[in-house]
Design a protein around this ligand. Structure first.
Ligand code: SF4
Length: 328
């Protein structure tokens, strides 16, 4: 169940559009609506998983929250402070509070830097340490938090395994003592057994440090263990949001049902959802009229030619589909 706490991160009606330009004059002829009116809350000690196919806009959500890409409209509040109104300079100290863990530590860690330098970078740029001794202590503490040894600090990234490199990526994010971690496909490149170790580590760190995670993934099976809440994204919008246990027990939206049909169940006696998602994801530059999912939906009705609202089924549970209603 979601904890009834004040959200650390509050996102409302977030839109991030990328202009499509053509011709010699580079005139704008349209826009890719990567994120198209997204709202969610994230509280300390909680994990919200943002799930969807490649191209649905979930990575752009994470990058928009950090303002690595500039949102077109909406509101992003961190501890009540509106981030979209801040200048780059005003934003800088707040960047310490929200850190990112990337999918591929091999490309996100500088191969020419020793781990000591990698972990020191953020501490130096945010001016966190008063002296070299404190810097050394914090770097060693970040290393042991991810269960690596301080003796390994003078090695280069290529001297570690894939799982250890992802631990270094997590240590780099943790070194500056953030409140929110945005994990973008953070375990997708790892073998299943290593995935489980990293998910366990993230879970322990959350418990210990009360971290909030925005966990972005295409793989519903990895969120079952870690997420308190799940938001399913389709073509820039949330189509279903629910506490994780409820979503896995009874998915309401046909798209969620289709995603779950592809996930092996840990309980062999549990009846399998048979729905399948048909065809490919349409372009977010020209989403289908009406319900955006209708060309791929096996349950579409005549009514689906108009756009369904995101309907609240009960507290913490929403779905964007004409088939569901408040009684379900
Ligand atoms: Fe399918 Fe219609 Fe629901 Fe869209 S609104 S998901 S097309 S049933």
């Amino acid at each position: 169940m979601s904890a009834p706490t004040t959200p650390l991160l509050r996102v409302r009606d977030l839109k991030t559009y990328f202009p499509i330009r053509r011709g010699l004059l580079r005139r704008q002829v349209g826009a890719v609506r990567a994120v198209d009116g997204l709202s969610f809350d994230l509280s300390a000690g909680q994990t919200l998983a943002l799930v969807g196919e490649s191209g649905c806009g979930k990575t752009t959500v994470g990058r928009s929250v950090l303002r690595l890409v500039e949102p077109t409209a909406g509101s992003i509040q961190l501890e009540g402070q509106e981030l979209l109104q801040l200048s780059e300079k005003e934003l800088q100290p707040l960047r310490q509070k929200v850190q990112m863990v990337f999918q591929d530590p091999m490309t996100s860690l500088n191969p020419r830097m020793r781990v000591r330098q990698i972990l020191s970078e953020g501490l130096k740029s945010f001016g966190i340490c008063k002296n070299p001794g404190e810097l050394e202590d914090r770097v060693a503490a970040a290393m042991s938090r991810v269960q690596l040894l301080p003796e390994q600090l003078d090695r280069f990234p290529h001297e570690f395994s894939g799982g250890q490199r992802q631990r270094i990526g997590i240590a780099r994010a943790l070194a500056v003592e953030p409140q929110v971690l945005i994990c973008d496909e953070a375990v997708s490149a790892l073998d299943v057994s290593i995935q489980a170790q990293i998910l366990n580590l993230l879970s322990e760190l959350q418990e210990e440090l009360s971290l909030a995670y925005l966990f972005i993934t295409h793989d519903l099976s990895v969120v079952r263990f870690l997420a308190h809440d799940v938001a399913v994204m389709y073509l820039g919008q949330i189509v279903e949001q629910a506490p994780s246990t409820e979503l896995f027990a009874k998915p309401e939206h046909p798209y969620t049902q289709g995603l779950l049909a592809a996930v092996p169940s840990p309980d062999p006696d549990q009846p399998r959802v048979q729905a399948r998602v048909l065809g490919d994801l349409p372009s977010p530059a020209s989403p289908p009229a009406g319900c955006r999912f209708h060309p791929r939906c096996g349950q579409a009705l005549a009514r689906c030619s108009t756009d369904p609202p995101l309907l609240e089924l009960k507290a913490g549970r929403e779905a964007r589909c004409w088939l569901v209603d408040a009684e379900s």
